[in-house]
Structure formats: C-alpha cells, structure tokens
Design a protein around this ligand. Structure first.
Ligand code: ATP
Ligand code: MG
Length: 180
C-alpha cells in the first residue's frame, strides 16, 4: 500500500485545489520558506484525524481553513483527500484504491469520508490501525519526533512497537470489549 496522491482545497495556504502525486519510492517536496511544505504534512495528519489545533500549528481548528491573503478572500471550507493504492490489500477494505477525506466548514460542520461515503473518525482509525499510518503512527515523523521517541517512557515506546508488530488492533478491541 502506498500514498498515491493528496488533493487539498481551502486548507491553510492552499486556496485553489491542488493535487500532489506521489510515486511508490521517494518524493521530495522542496520550496522556499513559508511556501507550504509543512502544510502538506499537516494536511495528511488532519485527514487521519488530528484533533489538536496546536499539533497543526494553529490556535483553533478553524485556522486550517484558508484565511485569505493579499487579494484573495478567506474561504469557508477546507477539504483534503488522500488516495491510497491498496492493491496489496494492506488496508482491510475490498478496494484496490481507497480514498480518505475530511471536510470542515467555518461554521464547524465536519465530515470524514471513506471512498466518498460519510463515516466516523473511528472508522478511519480502524482502517489504518496496525498499518503504521495514523496521525501519531511512525509513518509520519515530524521535526523533533526522533528525539521524542528516544526520550519517551517505556510504555509510550512500547505502543510504537505494538503498532509496528500489528497487535494494536487486538488491544483496541479488547479495550472496547471491556467497556461493554
Ligand atoms: P519552512 O521552509 O519555513 O518550513 P514551509 O514551506 O514548511 O516553510 P509552511 O509552514 O507549510 O511553510 O507554510 C506557512 C505558510 O502558510 C505561511 O505563509 C502562512 O501564512 C500560511 N498559512 C497557514 N495557515 C494558513 C491559513 N489558514 N490561510 C492562509 N495561509 C495560511
Ligand atoms: Mg516547514
């Protein structure tokens, strides 16, 4: 499984619809300071369910919506979609290609989508569980993350290994079952 593309519209500095294609190997994104490189990784974290505005380098969640610049007026809707190649079936869903999306409006309406069908955040989390993809999983290593991993306590570090080993799903189901 790999990330084929990301489509961003109205998210942070991306007022117009922008689609970035990725190859299975390595894609580098380069550009001057402030041109929006980090906003792309913020967009990926956001679709995967990031709820913390601070992690997304904003003050409140609304700050992810394009706030206007120069001659352009602010927008009312932010929308990000990831397209994943799932030909190897790594994602537990019977589609060769999977899209995952999130939308939010200034009035606070929010929506998650899997293959264009509205869903709950929980379903997005379950889709990616044990794949290493997730807002806190090891597929996204932000600045300072390496040091954070090294200095984490043993319980937090263990969670990283559990995700990599593919047992988080079972643990999560066990916790759910205990609640019932
Ligand atoms: P660096 O090389 O310094 O890390 P970068 O390419 O990673 O830069 P980003 O941090 O992705 O840059 O982009 C920052 C830019 O995004 C700033 O110019 C900021 O004004 C703009 N920006 C952030 N949020 C919004 C928003 N809601 N609306 C419009 N522009 C925004
Ligand atoms: Mg940056």
């Amino acid at each position: 499984m790999f990330l084929k593309s990301i489509t961003i519209k109205g998210f942070k500095s991306f007022a117009d619809r922008v689609k970035v294609d990725f190859e299975p190997a390595i894609t580098g994104i380069i550009g001057p300071n402030g041109s929006g490189k980090s906003n792309i990784s913020d967009a990926i974290r956001w679709v995967l369910g990031e709820q913390s505005a601070k992690t997304l380098r904003g003050g409140k969640m609304e700050d992810v919506i394009f706030a206007g610049s120069g001659k352009r007026r602010a927008l009312g809707l932010a929308e990000v979609t990831l397209t994943l190649d799932n030909r190897d079936g790594a994602l537990p869903i019977d589609y060769k290609e999977v899209t995952v999306g999130r939308r939010v409006t200034r009035s606070g309406e929010s929506d998650y989508l899997i293959n264009n069908n509205s869903c709950r955040l929980k379903e997005i989390k379950e889709l990616f569980m044990d794949t290493g993809i997730g807002k806190d999983a090891y597929s996204i290593i932000g600045q300072g993350k390496v040091e954070a991993i090294l200095s984490e306590n043993s319980v937090d570090r263990r969670e990283l290994f559990e995700e990599a080993a593919g047992i988080s799903k079972h643990k999560s189901r066990k916790e759910e079952a205990k609640k019932k």
